[in-house]
Design a binder for this molecule. Structure first.
Ligand SMILES: Cc1cc2nc3c(=O)[nH]c(=O)nc-3n(C[C@H](O)[C@H](O)[C@H](O)COP(=O)(O)OP(=O)(O)OC[C@H]3O[C@@H](n4cnc5c(N)ncnc54)[C@H](O)[C@@H]3O)c2cc1C
Length: 390
């Protein structure tokens, strides 16, 4: 990262970044390839991240957070994402997709019960939106929640849920009135250990091997009525606003992926010699490095703009969030590809990190909304068809 960027950061941000960078380099980097190859989820590392207070940036101190804000959150997420795509997901599971949603719409009781547990990682979280037949079209979800006295009864199936096999709690989006379509959606905190909840791990996937992903099956699950997050029928609005938070983390993670690829390419280009010179001396290699650096810094600038806006109070900045998400997540796909050009055959082996970076970078264009959906929001806003920031 260039020094010029640091002028945007406070002393506090720089200290935080340096602390997380040291932690990531000393504690995660030495084990990341082994964990990925063995598909091992490192709960201990999540616990250490919690001990360092990394999940608490946008959360007030009274609920176990540190209130450092969204820019701090983006910096921390990038630094972890630079070293491990699998561990980067923790920022959405513990903070943006769970604790923050409860903070914004949940009752005081839910806030006190769940947020401190998520901050300390005593509980692991997850959130369930996607279903086998409802991906981008979230309002087509078929999971139902039917009121029965003091409870709701949940039935349905969620697909592609990060941390489903290891999570203790979930924010589940379900239809309380299917006929009302998106106006009939509601959000619930569901105990993942409740009777009727089961999970199936999705074991074979392209990347993020050290990150458990799975299906969540709900069969007559009794959820206390007090676990409704916000009001009944307001779930779609909450979902959209939750995505405005989780997309920032995805975008920041994408920047981390890009930076990892830049670092790997620079190291290799200066060490590898062909035709009697370091390949870094060749202008065609320099051209590739230049593109990688520019894409990374442009992505970071958009992510920071989005985070700074949130810190200034524009928390639902959908437009700037999807612009950052679109750019950074596309870069997370493209910059590692350029890195592979620099490392060439050695990049194709697992001996060097670029293969893992490339695999893990692919996911950013999919999760928290596919790239086409980001483009749709950006274009319909620009054309005046539908304002993104409302
Ligand atoms: C590793 C991983 C982890 C995930 N974690 C979670 C999680 O924790 N919780 C959760 O709820 N979900 C999670 N997801 C699911 C993710 O959010 C969805 O995959 C994503 O929203 C896209 O849905 P889909 O893959 O079903 O694609 P689809 O909606 O089926 O889209 C397929 C293609 O069609 C395009 N498309 C769809 N509609 C349109 C349109 N109207 N205009 C133009 N193009 C369109 C899309 O851009 C895409 O290219 C995860 C996914 C992965 C891969």
């Amino acid at each position: 990262m260039s020094d010029e960027y640091d002028v945007e950061l406070t002393e506090e941000h720089i200290m935080l970044r340096d602390m997380v960078r040291k932690f990531a380099d000393n504690e995660i980097a030495p084990v990341v390839d082994k964990d990925e190859n063995e598909h091992r989820f490192q709960r201990e590392l999540v616990d250490k991240m919690a001990e360092l207070g990394l999940f608490g940036c946008p959360i007030p101190e009274e609920y176990g957070g540190n209130n450092m804000g969204y820019l701090a959150h983006a910096i921390v997420t990038e630094e972890i994402g630079r070293v491990s795509g699998s561990l980067r997901v923790a920022f959405n599971m513990q903070t943006m997709g769970t604790a923050l949603s409860i903070l914004r719409w949940g009752s005081e009781e839910l806030k006190r019960k769940y947020i401190p547990e998520l901050m300390s990682a005593k509980m692991l979280g997850c959130f369930g939106i996607t279903e086998p037949d409802a991906g981008s079209d979230t309002a087509a979800m078929s999971t139902t929640a039917v009121r029965d006295g003091d409870h709701y009864i949940l039935n349905g199936r969620k697909m592609w849920i990060t941390w489903a096999p290891v999570a203790d709690m979930a924010i589940i989006f379900a239809m309380t009135d299917k006929k009302a379509k998106h106006k009939g959606m509601s959000a619930f905190v569901m105990d993942m250990h409740s009777p009727g909840v089961s999970t199936i791990a999705i074991k074979e996937k392209l990347g993020l091997w050290a990150c458990p992903t799975g299906e969540v099956i709900m069969e007559d699950v009794k959820v206390p009525a007090g676990n409704l997050v916000g009001q009944e029928g307001h779930g779609f609005g909450h979902l959209m606003q939750e995505l405005v938070s989780t997309r920032l983390s995805a975008a920041a993670g994408g920047v981390g992926t890009c930076q990892a690829a830049v670092d790997a390419a620079i190291k290799y280009a200066t060490e590898r010699r062909q035709f009697g010179r370091a390949i870094a001396d060749y202008q065609m290699v320099q051209e590739v490095i230049a593109r990688m650096v520019v894409e990374t810094e442009a992505a970071r600038a958009l992510v920071w703009r989005c985070a700074i806006q949130k810190d200034r109070g524009l928390i639902n900045n959908m437009r700037e969030t999807v612009i950052a998400k679109f750019y950074a997540c596309r870069a997370a796909d493209e910059v590692p590809n350029l890195g592979l050009e620099v490392l060439s055959a050695y990049g194709y082996s697992n001996e060097y990190p670029i293969a893992r970076i490339l695999r893990d970078g692919k996911v950013y264009k999919i999760l928290e909304g596919a790239t086409n959906i980001m483009k749709m929001i950006i274009a319909t806003d620009a054309l005046g068809i539908k304002k993104a920031n409302r």
